[in-house]
Design a protein around this ligand. Structure first.
Ligand code: BGC
Length: 844
C-alpha cells in the first residue's frame, strides 16, 4: 500500500494532499475512502477509484516523431466540388500510419501513450482506442506536448497485432487564427505522431512498440482535413481493413522519422474532447440556390453525420452556417475565410459519411449532390467539446429565462474545446483571455471545468512574455503582444476563480510565479499607481452597444486594484503572509489613486458609464460611505437608457451581481427580462439558441451586423449566468470561503418569476434550492451536503415570522441586500434538507 491516511479528524474532505510514499511513474493506483459520522460510527468503504501516473519524463520515452514517408505524395488530387485556390492547394492528405507486430505470450496489461503535431485517430487491430476526438488538443507545441494514455489491454491479441494512426493537420499544421492569407502551419509543416505502446506480458517481461522507422505510411480517404476549412474524403480511397492484421502493406513506405526534441511531454490533465450528444435533424427543406437545408434547431460545435445510398463517385458537399439569410440561404459571410465545408466522394451502397478531424460552428447545414431526398433521420449533428461534466441546473417559471440559461450552457459547450475559445465558427477560434475571465465563474457553476482551466492556465504561462506580460490569447500563435487590461488580468482572475469554486490551493501554487510576474510587470510600468502604460491592444469595454465611453485607463486601473486584492487573498490561502501584506498594500495604493483620479465627493465615477460604476462597486474601489450613492448613480445610468444595459464584455458579468448586492434586484430583473434592444431577451425573441458576440448581431432595423465580426456563438455576454446561480437561486460561497465548505443561501426572488429551483454539484456535494412565491407566502427548500455549513437567508416582509419546517424561528433578522429597506431571516444549518416559509417581500 502506498498510503494509509488513517482516521483524520477534520472537515477537509477536499484538497487533501497525498502524503504517502513517492508515486512511481506509469503505474495505476487504486484508492478508497470511508467516513466516520458524528457519533464515531464508520461507514462502509467507498467503491474503488483509480488514477494512473505519468511516464517518467526523462527515461520513460523512447519514441521518435513519425510522419508520411519521403516518397508518399500528400498533395490532394484537384477538385471535386471545391475551389482550387491557394487554400485548397495548401491542404494535404492525412498520413495513415501502421505498425504490425507479433506477441508470443499473453498480455496482462498494455498502455498506449500518444501525442501528435496535428490531431490523431488511433486504433489497435482496427478498433479505436477511445471515444475521444481531436486529441491531443491544443497547446504551444514548441513548449508543451500533451499526451494521452489509453488502456488497450483488451484490444491486443496473442499473435499478430497492428497499431494504426491517422494524423490530420489540426491546430499544429492547419489553418487557424486569423488565417486569411497565411498558409497555416503555425507550429509544424507536416502532421506527425509520437506514440509508445508499453505491454506487460504474463511473465512480467515488458515489450515496447514505439513510433520509429519500422512504421509504414500511406494515404487514404482523407484528401484533406482542416479545422477551419473542413474535411474532404474520398471513400473509394480508404484501404479496406488497413488497421487490422493481415493487411498487405507492401505498397506502403517506411514512415519518415526524426528525433523527439526537447519540448516537455506532459500527461494530459484535462477532460478529453468527445461527441457528447447527437441531435437529429429538425427539418429538411430545399435550399433556394439548390440542394437542401437541414436545420438542427440548435447552434453548436461539431459536425454532421449523414447516412446515404448513392452510386459510387457521387460528390456530396456539406456546408455549415449558424443562421440563414432573408432568402433562407445559408449565411456564411461571418465565417470570414473559414470554409466549414466537408466534401465526400461516395464509394457506393449505404454509407455513413462523417468527418472526424475538423469541427464547425453551425445550426444549419446546406447539403448538395444527393440524387434523392434526405430524411431527417439520415442527418445527425454530433456535438463536440471537452467533456466537462455538468454540475449546474436551473429552472424557473419563465420560459424565456430558461432559454437564456440553456443558451449560456450551449455557448460554453461550443467553445470549450481543449481551450476556452471566443467562437467556434469563423477563422479565429482563439483562447482570448478577456472572454474567459468574465465567463469563468459562470462556466464553473455550469460544468466541472477544474482540470480544463488548470490545463489552460499552463497555456497562459507558456505564452507569458519575458516582460511578465500575459498575452491577449493563449496558446500563442505567432502574434505575440502584451495583453490588454481585462484580458491579461485573466492570469490572476481565472486561478482565483478556480480556487474559489473548487477550493484547490494547488492551482495557486502552480501559477504563483506567473501571476507574480504579471503583477511585477504592472507595477514596474505604472509607478504612479494609475494603470496608464503598457496597455497593449487596449480593447476597453469591448463591444459596448452604443460605443465604449468608459475611460480605458479607469478600466485598466480598476482591474489592477482587483488583481492586487485577489493576489492578497490567494497568498493568504497558501500561507504566503509577506506577499499577502505586499499585495494588500498595493491594492490600497491603486485604490487610492483610482479614487483620487476618478471618484467625486458624491460617489460619482468619471464618465458615468454603467461599466465605470459596476467596476468600482464590484472591485471594492469605493470608500464604504460612497457605495450607496454610487449604486444609485448606476441605477440612474440604467434609467437614462430606459432600463437597458449599456455595458460591453467587461462590465456585463458583474452588472446584475452589483445591482443585487446593493439593493437593486428589481433593476437586475428588469434588465434580465428586458425584451427591447439591447438585451438578452431581444436575441432570444429573434431565435438565438446561443449567446451572440454582439448585442446587435441581427436587429430588426439593420439586419445583420457587419460580417467582419459577428459571431452568433460567443459566450462572453452569457456571463450573466453566475447571477442566476448566485442570486436567483441564492447558492453562494460564504465570505472568505473557498470550495463551498461554507455557503450562503440567499435567494433573490423578483421579476416575473413565481418560482426558481436548481442546484450546483460542488466538490463537497450537491447544494440545491427551490423557492416559490405563492400569494402572500414565500417558501424555500434547501439541501446542504455533508461537511458543509450554511447560513440560510430568507427575505421576508416580516422576517420574525419565518419558520423552518420544524417550527423553529430564525437566529437573527438582518438587512436584506437585495432590496433597499427590506429585511431577511437568518438560519444557521449543517448538512440536511430544510424548508422555510414566511410572508413574502413587499414589492418588488
Ligand atoms: C474576439 C473576442 C476577443 C476580441 C479582442 C475578437 O475578435 O472574438 O472575443 O476578446 O477579439 O478584443
Amino acid at each position: 500500500m502506498a498510503w494509509d491516511s488513517g482516521r483524520v479528524t477534520a472537515e477537509a474532505s477536499t484538497d487533501v494532499a497525498y502524503q504517502g510514499a513517492p508515486l512511481l511513474p506509469a503505474r495505476k493506483y487504486v484508492w478508497m475512502a470511508r467516513v466516520w459520522d458524528e457519533t464515531g460510527e464508520p461507514g462502509p468503504w467507498s467503491s474503488e477509484a483509480t488514477f494512473e501516473t505519468a511516464l517518467d519524463p526523462a527515461a520513460g520515452w523512447s519514441a521518435s516523431w513519425i510522419g508520411l514517408g519521403p516518397g508518399d505524395d500528400p498533395s490532394a488530387p484537384p477538385g471535386p466540388g471545391g475551389p482550387v485556390d491557394a487554400i485548397a492547394q495548401a491542404m494535404k492528405a492525412a498520413p495513415y500510419l501502421r505498425r504490425a507486430f507479433t506477441l508470443d505470450r499473453k498480455v496482462v496489461s498494455a498502455r498506449l501513450y500518444a501525442t501528435a503535431l496535428g490531431i490523431y485517430q488511433l486504433s489497435v487491430n482496427g478498433r479505436p482506442v477511445s471515444d475521444g476526438v481531436l486529441a491531443p488538443g491544443w497547446t504551444d507545441y514548441a513548449r508543451r506536448l500533451l499526451y494521452q494514455t489509453y488502456d488497450v489491454t483488451e484490444l491486443l491479441l496473442e499473435g499478430d497485432n497492428v497499431v494504426g494512426a491517422i494524423v490530420a493537420d489540426g491546430w499544429a499544421c492547419g489553418f487557424y487564427g486569423f488565417d486569411a492569407k497565411r498558409a497555416g502551419a503555425h507550429y509544424a509543416r507536416d502532421p506527425q505522431l509520437l506514440a509508445q505502446l508499453v505491454i506487460i506480458m504474463e511473465d512480467g517481461a515488458e515489450q515496447r512498440i514505439v513510433t520509429d522507422e519500422r512504421w509504414r505510411s500511406s494515404t487514404g480517404a482523407i484528401a484533406h482535413a482542416d479545422l477551419l476549412m473542413g474535411e474532404r474524403r474520398d471513400q473509394r480511397r480508404e484501404p479496406p481493413a488497413w488497421g487490422c492484421p493481415g493487411f498487405d502493406d507492401s505498397s506502403w513506405r517506411p514512415a519518415s522519422c526524426r528525433e523527439r526534441g526537447d519540448a516537455a511531454l506532459v500527461a494530459d490533465p484535462g477532460p478529453p474532447i468527445k461527441v457528447t450528444e447527437e441531435l437529429p435533424a429538425k427539418t429538411v427543406g430545399p435550399a433556394p440556390g439548390g440542394g437542401l437545408i437541414v436545420d438542427f434547431g440548435q447552434n453548436l460545435a461539431g459536425w454532421v453525420r449523414l447516412t446515404v445510398d448513392e452510386p459510387p463517385g457521387t460528390v456530396i458537399r456539406v456546408r455549415h452556417g449558424e443562421v440563414l439569410d432573408e432568402e433562407g440561404s445559408l449565411y456564411v459571410d461571418n465565417l470570414r475565410t473559414a470554409r466549414q465545408t466537408d466534401l465526400f466522394t461516395t464509394a457506393g451502397g449505404t454509407e455513413v459519411l462523417e468527418p472526424r478531424s475538423t469541427f464547425h460552428g453551425f445550426r444549419y447545414a446546406e447539403i448538395s449532390g444527393l440524387s434523392g431526398d434526405l430524411t431527417p433521420a439520415a442527418a445527425t449533428a454530433c456535438v463536440v467539446h471537452s467533456d466537462t461534466p455538468r454540475t449546474g441546473f436551473f429552472d424557473c417559471s419563465s420560459p424565456e429565462v430558461n432559454r437564456l440559461y440553456a443558451n449560456i450552457d450551449w455557448g460554453q459547450r461550443a467553445n470549450f474545446i481543449s481551450i476556452p475559445t471566443d467562437c467556434p465558427q469563423r477563422d479565429e477560434r482563439l483562447g482570448w483571455l478577456g472572454d474567459a475571465q468574465i465567463f469563468a465563474r459562470t462556466a464553473a457553476y455550469n460544468r466541472d471545468v477544474a482540470s480544463f482551466f488548470s490545463k489552460w492556465l499552463d497555456d497562459l504561462s507558456d505564452a507569458q512574455l519575458p516582460s511578465g506580460a500575459f498575452t491577449d490569447f493563449a496558446p500563442r500563435l505567432d502574434l505575440d503582444h502584451e495583453a490588454a487590461p481585462a484580458w491579461g488580468d485573466a492570469g490572476v482572475i481565472v486561478p482565483w476563480t478556480v480556487y474559489k469554486m473548487y477550493g484547490d490551493t494547488g492551482v495557486l501554487e502552480r501559477n504563483f510565479r506567473s501571476m507574480a510576474a504579471w503583477m511585477d510587470f504592472l507595477s514596474a510600468n505604472n509607478p504612479a499607481r494609475l494603470r496608464t502604460h503598457k496597455l497593449g491592444n487596449n480593447f476597453g469595454d469591448w463591444l459596448a452597444p452604443k460605443g465604449d465611453f468608459t475611460p480605458r485607463e479607469l478600466l485598466a486601473t480598476a482591474y489592477w486594484a482587483y488583481d492586487a486584492a485577489l493576489m492578497a487573498e490567494m497568498c493568504r490561502a497558501v500561507g504566503r503572509s509577506q506577499d499577502d501584506a505586499r499585495y494588500q498594500q498595493l491594492a490600497s495604493e491603486v485604490r487610492d489613486a483610482f479614487v483620487k483620479e476618478y471618484v467625486g465627493p458624491t460617489g460619482t465615477v468619471a464618465s458615468g458609464t454603467q461599466t465605470a460604476y459596476v467596476l468600482a462597486l464590484h472591485m471594492g474601489l469605493l470608500p464604504e460611505h460612497l457605495r450607496a450613492q454610487a449604486a444609485a448613480h448606476l441605477v440612474a445610468a440604467i434609467v437614462r437608457e430606459d432600463w437597458h444595459l449599456a455595458t460591453g464584455f467587461v462590465g456585463v458579468g458583474y452588472l446584475l451581481p452589483v445591482l443585487s448586492s446593493n439593493g437593486y434586484s428589481d433593476v437586475a430583473y428588469r434588465l434580465l427580462e428586458q425584451r427591447s434592444f439591447p438585451s438578452w431577451q431581444y436575441t432570444i425573441d429573434r431565435g438565438a439558441t446561443t449567446i451572440w458576440e454582439r448585442w446587435d448581431g441581427w436587429t430588426d432595423d439593420n439586419g445583420f451586423q457587419a460580417p467582419l465580426m459577428n459571431s452568433f456563438n460567443h459566450y462572453s455576454l452569457g456571463s450573466v449566468g453566475e447571477w442566476l446561480y448566485r442570486f436567483v437561486l441564492g447558492i453562494e460561497l460564504a465570505p472568505g470561503a473557498a470550495g463551498f465548505d461554507r455557503v450562503e443561501i440567499r435567494p433573490h426572488p423578483g421579476g416575473s418569476l413565481s418560482y426558481a429551483r436548481g442546484s450546483f454539484r460542488s466538490v463537497r456535494g450537491e447544494i440545491s434550492t427551490a423557492w416559490a412565491r405563492d400569494g402572500a407566502r414565500f417558501t424555500l427548500e434547501v439541501n446542504v451536503p455533508t461537511n458543509v455549513r450554511a447560513s440560510v437567508h430568507v427575505p421576508s416582509a416580516r422576517p420574525g415570522e419565518v419558520v423552518g419546517a420544524d417550527g423553529t424561528g430564525p437566529r437573527l433578522v438582518a438587512d436584506y441586500p437585495g432590496t433597499i429597506g427590506q429585511r431577511e431571516a437568518v438560519f444557521e444549518v449543517g448538512p440536511g434538507q430544510y424548508s422555510f416559509s414566511g410572508p413574502q417581500l413587499v414589492g418588488p
